[in-house]
Design a binder for this molecule. Sequence first.
Ligand code: PBG
Length: 338
Amino acid sequence: MKNFDIPLRMRRLRANTGIRAMLKETQLVPAQLIQPIFVTEGETPEAVASMPGVERLPIPLLVEKCRELVSLGVYGVALFPKTPDEKKTPDGREATNPDCLICRAIRAVKAAVPECVIFADIALDPYTTHGHDGVINAAGTDVDNDASVEILCRMAVENARAGADFVAPSDMMDGRIAAIREALDAAGLTQTGILAYSAKFASAFYGPFRDAVGSKKNAPNKVTGLTKKTYQLAPANRREAIREALADEAECADMVMVKPAGVYLDVIRDVRENTLLPLAAYQVSGEYAQIQAAAQLGWLDLKACRDESLLAIRRAGADLILTYFAEAYARDWQNSGE
Ligand code: PBG
């Protein structure tokens, strides 16, 4: 058969494994991943029902996990506590206790695995009885911005003293980055960095995480109608997300973040094009659960969808990805060519 007159043949560049590997435009290496880990006061690991493969770990097992991750090339971990109910209060004061679960966890990891880069989440939701990220005003009508920032500053200083490399405010209060920077510097913690959860959307994809840390109550409060929408971004808003990132940069954030990742790839690209700071994106619990659930039903290929979803986040412009798949990706990575 005579060939058609098609001089431009794109398939030449896709012909075999070698050429495809050579021309891969986006790479994802384990060092670009941050593993979020839930920590428990309990003595044994606790499964999280809505997140297959994820367990809350007691401190000794957390330390072993961090050692393992570093040996796999994953240096970053983001730690989240499951605070026992009896330690929760309306003002979340346990968050500022230098001996709280997360401060003990940070000290233990830093002592045993100093190469591990620890990101300490700064927000009150694991510590408050109502599950909000800050404290509620006297009238019960709103999360009090400045009162919350004051507590978050103290929390950040304690986490940094315990040895966190970065504090990562995920609360979305106004002005918290500048206030935390000032508090850290005043305490002599000038080397502790800030990863700002800058563009954090009021997302339904956080559902499984709220199971994991037990902050479920932040469903709209029945009496006041108080929801996280008064501080987290509206999913419809691109420009506002960029403004948040620029504001955090101006307040001296060392890195900024977009969260969730997979349904906000356009925002990742927008922020990438508007700042020179390192950019992180958080593939959140619901994004993880979606892929896991479909794979369990035999409807999707777990590894292929995992890798494609992570690569897409890198392609959109993220330097770093927080993902519950970090360890599994790093284990498989050694052998992956294309
Ligand atoms: C809150 C916080 C949330 C997540 C990280 N920090 C949830 C929320 O705002 O309720 C979600 C992470 C995930 O879903 O994986 N400080």
